[in-house]
Design a protein around this ligand. Sequence first.
Ligand SMILES: NC(=O)c1ccc[n+]([C@@H]2O[C@H](COP(=O)([O-])OP(=O)(O)OC[C@H]3O[C@@H](n4cnc5c(N)ncnc54)[C@H](OP(=O)(O)O)[C@@H]3O)[C@@H](O)[C@H]2O)c1
Length: 250
Amino acid sequence: MGVLAGRTALVTGANRGIGRGIAERLGRDGARVAVHYGRNEAAAKETVAAIEAAGGSAFAIGVELGLPGDAEALWEEFDRHADGLDILVNNAAIGSSRPIEELDEEEYDTVFAVNVKAPFFLVKHGIPRLRDGGRVINISSGLARTAAMPNNMAYAMTKSALDVLSRDLSKVLGPRNITVNSVAPGIIATDNTYELLHKSEDAWADAAALSALGRVGETADVADVVAFLASDGGRWVTGSWVDVTGGSLT
Ligand SMILES: NC(=O)c1ccc[n+]([C@@H]2O[C@H](COP(=O)([O-])OP(=O)(O)OC[C@H]3O[C@@H](n4cnc5c(N)ncnc54)[C@H](OP(=O)(O)O)[C@@H]3O)[C@@H](O)[C@H]2O)c1
């Protein structure tokens, strides 16, 4: 039996990329997984099928985040499938890589709505559903702590805000033995970084060189850390910012 047997997890943005890696890993560890997606239902169904093929249990829920009432809509959908929650992973997010001179208010508002407002209200409305001893894991970014890519400033600002949510919420939920942490990846090969990693012949090697370990990160590098925090082994880690950048910030 997996270490998360009997637990229910919700992973936002779990139809592809890092979220899919996390959902599949938590599913392998025995959790029943709510695979959230925004638009790509077919990919969410593939993730559910992959979890089931590995012997796990999962269901898909689709709600676009960043719109008024998104959190309530997501939980309403969740409640149709499950009765309570043990692990909430706020993973869904969008990037923004425009220099400040070119960034308009619309893009600023959108990136904050999806990356900050949505997880805040998902947590707010999720608290009554979260069982004691549970976990909240917010997927941040190494960019919250380095000025290496200033064109991503607005995006990095959203991740810093998410980190404050992790820090302060850990105090709010601590009395219920619920841990709250940020997990901060470096460059991971996903759709999100495809352009960055393929913009020139040397782009992949340049990205790999940023890491002390000399390679580009994989979704499993993040999923394994999330799985640890979600397990009983992570019980004494809360309010933390976990660097999963492969040493890119050192
Ligand atoms: N990749 C990296 O190098 C890297 C580095 C540091 C941090 N991160 C963080 O890791 C997380 C995952 O990144 P990723 O690279 O896996 O991203 P990705 O491949 O672009 O996937 C994004 C996911 O979020 C969902 N999503 C995006 N906007 C949404 C919206 N408005 N409503 C609902 N769902 C939405 C997408 O669902 P649909 O497909 O249905 O739209 C998709 O599942 C993000 O928080 C990101 O900031 C990534």
